[in-house]
Write a protein that binds this ligand. Structure first.
Ligand SMILES: Nc1nc2c(c(=O)[nH]1)N[C@H]1C(S)=C(S)[C@@H](COP(=O)(O)OP(=O)(O)OC[C@H]3O[C@@H](n4cnc5c(=O)[nH]c(N)nc54)[C@H](O)[C@@H]3O)O[C@H]1N2
Ligand SMILES: Nc1nc2c(c(=O)[nH]1)N[C@H]1C(S)=C(S)[C@@H](COP(=O)(O)OP(=O)(O)OC[C@H]3O[C@@H](n4cnc5c(=O)[nH]c(N)nc54)[C@H](O)[C@@H]3O)O[C@H]1N2
Ligand SMILES: [Mo]
Length: 745
């Protein structure tokens, strides 16, 4: 029987599914959603891939010897298929042992990762609920996406909303703006994706409207693709990681030319004078002039003068992609951009001020009424603890070590058991050689995965999870005006089970079932979750369909709010009635709190600090490696569905290719002191010389000589944090070398 009437959702967009003989045979983007046909079209291949895990498996020596087997064999040994009963007994036995002998903090269950789009079956939410119910665990704080911003923004503007949930609507740029300066660009590949899946792909139209009204765009990025096609923008290509210097110099220019909006600074900020003393060089002897920034950024002075001319007058939106803060001292470019926006005095006005993430994800700056996509409630992690997200390998290697983190100390736990569901640390973590070493330390590693990912292959016990096609759910994101029903399209592939059902079975064994599932099954939970949306509708006077109607329609378009969002508009309208949640209630250009931390890597006002690795410190033949998000994948997801014709591509500028005698399409090896990987050289006329760009997403596959074979750049990136304040991922500060590689043997 063929059925073609079902709509569902992935993080990369909504689709219409064809199911024949119990298989998903075709998936096409929902018309109007703007979802990428290539990514959607790969779904059948992905769901029915031969990389699916068909039943539970246990690493051979672990099955034979238990924890006495040690962790060295992880990733090298074969697996023995076992039945569910055996696997679940093993897992619950291990959990009980570690809880009994070592306590909850020895169970590492932060399980960072994107999982899948549905809100109920979201694996990371479920594993954290389960481990909280079971007695607590070591969690992970924040994320890889905007970890530095997450920690610095509350000190500066009182909350992290400006990076997590709030943004000035794009529509106000067309209605009120004169110029947009986009640091890190506006790369359309990133709009293919939204956490929770977006029904509406709005940015290209908004940009078109803005351009038609004469809004000027300046893109600041080493890579020309960060300019959306069809946009007539000025491209400025600085050295990677030098943006803070550029932004500070623009702020200095505002002060020097008398353009700085003194009335705004006095009313809405604190610490402007200390910051200005830094800009002028009064406090450190170095005026932050355009010439100074030209030297650091490798730009022509004329380019910086043009940039200043663009923002000097009119309504200006200063935007930064999240990439800028995923680098050494990643807190600084965001703080500096807020400070520059404060100088221009347009924070809180339509089309002006600052914004984070226009270039990073589809739904940022969309006009939508939030709160109608239900979210699965968590449980308190009593007895547990949490470490910064990107510090897990460091923690596995150094139990008992103390690190500074946002004004306090965190002591790493003694991790004995690692439990991951819905993430792929062998994709997302830096310095994978070090992660491999750290991964051997715990006594037991348990992974739920639909596919044999590099992480699943490095587990002791692997439990096959269903994909979102194999269960019922509700999906969407609060920054998008649609909610989706996600009906079960096909039966579970092989013996796969829902993460929720696996945790129910374990909770039964551990005696915490009632705390975990609260007496509800899938249908019960979906009804409970949807009731929260219905109740909100009653409160807000919005007619919300009942669950049955949502199911019948497949989706619901949430009515739009009356006014487009403008970040900090309430504060601007009346800062006394709507103070920020900073100590002063104002935007903090100087933070007493951060001064009190006395961190040498995060001073109390935005400042230029040299990155540890960047072109300014590069030796001859060293390149700055930019590892951006993959165009046709969501991180490592979809890798299994694309034909792989060799390792991933690395872009190189023509003069660099000539210098290293490399031609287009040639196999190359990238290397540094941390590791090496293969790649295919792709000569890119538009790239800034000295920079290599290689997307993440290839499945980690070390070869016999240790060289990673598929082109996973995280063997080269450093396992180093942005600063002691945020302890965030700094993947985008890495120097590497390149050379020709022989043909595969
Ligand atoms: N060098 C470098 N590294 C980076 C970045 C970078 O810019 N540069 N970016 C970082 C960022 S921003 C992020 S967000 C991370 C992303 O890193 P991850 O979120 O870890 O990457 P994904 O590939 O999305 O991993 C999700 C995993 O969940 C599995 N999965 C999907 N559905 C289910 C399910 O229902 N149940 C279970 N149990 N599993 C499921 C998928 O198969 C996949 O293996 O990478 C980070 N790493
Ligand atoms: N197709 C697709 N889209 C995605 C994702 C995906 O996996 N696939 N992942 C999603 C996720 S989880 C996240 S967090 C967001 C991430 O969003 P971002 O972090 O904004 O995305 P990136 O692609 O890493 O970086 C954007 C651009 O920044 C530029 N850049 C890098 N370093 C510098 C620098 O130092 N200075 C300047 N000026 N520019 C620099 C690069 O040229 C790069 O193309 O993307 C989301 N969108
Ligand atoms: Mo991310």
């Amino acid at each position: 029987m063929t059925r073609e009437d079902r709509i569902s959702l992935t993080h990369w967009g909504p689709f219409r599914a064809t199911v024949a003989d119990g298989r998903l045979t075709r998936a096409v983007p929902l018309p109007g959603s703007g979802a990428d046909p290539d990514m959607i079209g790969a779904l059948p291949e992905m769901v029915h891939s031969d990389k699916r895990i068909d039943r539970p498996h246990v690493r051979r020596s672990y099955l034979e010897h238990g924890i006495a087997a040690g962790g060295q064999g992880r990733g090298h040994e074969d697996f023995v298929p076992v039945d569910w009963q055996t696997a679940l007994d093993l897992v619950s036995g291990e959990l009980s042992r570690v809880y009994r002998d070592h306590g909850p903090t020895s169970v590492f269950g932060g399980s960072y990762g994107w999982s899948s789009a549905g809100r109920f079956h979201h694996a990371r939410t479920q594993i954290r609920r389960f481990l909280a119910a079971a007695g607590g665990f070591t969690d992970q704080i924040s994320n890889y996406s905007w970890g530095a911003a997450h920690m610095i923004l509350p000190h500066v503007v009182g909350s992290a909303d400006a990076v997590s949930t709030a943004a000035t609507a794009w529509s106000t740029i067309a209605s009120d703006g004169d110029a947009v300066v986009a640091f890190g660009g506006l790369n359309p590949k990133n709009w293919r994706v939204t956490s929770g899946g977006a029904g509406h792909h709005h940015i290209p139209q908004e940009i078109e409207k803005a351009q038609a009204r004469g809004v000027k765009f300046v893109i600041v990025s080493p890579l020309a693709d960060d300019v959306p096609p069809g946009l007539d923008a000025t491209l400025i290509r600085p050295r990677p990681n030098s943006d803070t210097a550029i932004i500070l110099a623009l702020a200095h220019e505002a002060v020097r030319t008398g353009r700085a909006d003194r009335a705004f600074l006095d009313r809405f900020t604190v610490g402007a004078d200390i910051f200005i003393d830094y800009l002028t060089g009064k406090s450190d002897g170095q005026p932050k002039t355009l010439e100074w920034a030209a030297e650091i950024s490798g730009l022509d002075l004329a380019e910086l003068q043009t940039l200043w001319e663009t923002i000097r007058q009119g309504r200006v939106m200063l935007s930064s992609a999240w990439s800028l803060q995923r680098a050494d001292h990643g807190e600084q470019p965001f703080w500096a951009l807020i400070a520059l926006a404060a100088m221009l005095g347009q924070i809180g006005l339509p089309g002006g001020g600052f914004c984070f993430g226009y270039g990073s994800m589809n739904s940022v700056g969309a006009t939508a009424r939030s709160g109608y996509v239900p979210s699965m409630p968590g449980l308190p992690n009593t007895g547990g603890m949490a470490i910064p997200v990107a510090s897990f390998a460091d923690a596995f290697l150094n139990p008992g070590k103390e690190i500074a983190f946002n004004g306090r100390m965190v002591c790493y736990p003694d991790v004995r058991l690692v439990y991951w569901a819905g993430g792929n640390p062998f994709h997302h973590a830096q310095d994978l050689g070090r992660v491999e070493e750290a991964w051997q330390r715990p006594e037991t590693v348990i992974v739920h995965e639909p596919w044999w990912t590099p992480t699943a292959r490095r587990a002791d016990i692997v439990l096959p999870a269903t994909t979102s096609m194999e269960r019922n759910d509700i999906g969407g994101t609060s920054r998008d005006p649609y909610v989706f029903a996600m009906p079960k399209l096909i039966a579970p592939v092989g013996e796969a089970r829902n993460d929720f059902d696996i945790f129910c079975a374990l909770a039964d064994r551990l005696g915490c079932r009632a705390a975990y599932d609260e007496g509800l099954d899938e249908a019960g939970w979906l009804a409970r979750l949807w009731r929260t949306s219905e109740e909100r509708g009653v409160r807000e006077g919005v007619a919300v369909p009942d669950l049955e109607a949502l199911w019948a329609q497949g989706l619901w378009r949430v009515p739009l709010p009356e006014e487009p969002e403008v970040l900090l508009s309430d504060f601007r309208a009346d800062p006394d009635a709507h103070p920020l949640a900073t100590p002063s209630g104002r935007i903090e250009l100087y933070s007493e709190t951060i001064a009190g931390f006395a961190y040498d890597d995060c001073p109390p006002h935005a400042a230029w600090l040299e990155p540890k690795e960047w072109l300014g410190s590069a030796g001859e033949d060293e390149f700055h490696l930019v590892t951006n998000q993959p165009a046709r994948q969501l991180h490592s997801q979809l890798y299994q569905a694309h034909e792989q014709d060799g390792p991933a591509r690395v872009r190189i500028a023509p003069e660099d290719a000539r210098k290293h005698k490399l031609c287009d399409g040639q196999r190359v090896r990238l290397w540094n002191g941390r590791g090496s990987c293969l790649a295919i050289a792709h000569i890119d006329e538009s790239l800034r010389p000295g920079v290599l760009v290689m997307p993440t997403g290839a499945w980690f596959e070390p070869g016999a000589d240790g060289t990673e074979q598929n082109g996973n750049p995280n063997v080269l990136t450093a396992d180093r944090r942005t600063s002691q304040l945020a302890q965030a991922c700094a993947a985008l500060s890495a120097l590497v070398r390149i050379e020709a590689a022989g043909e595969p043997k």
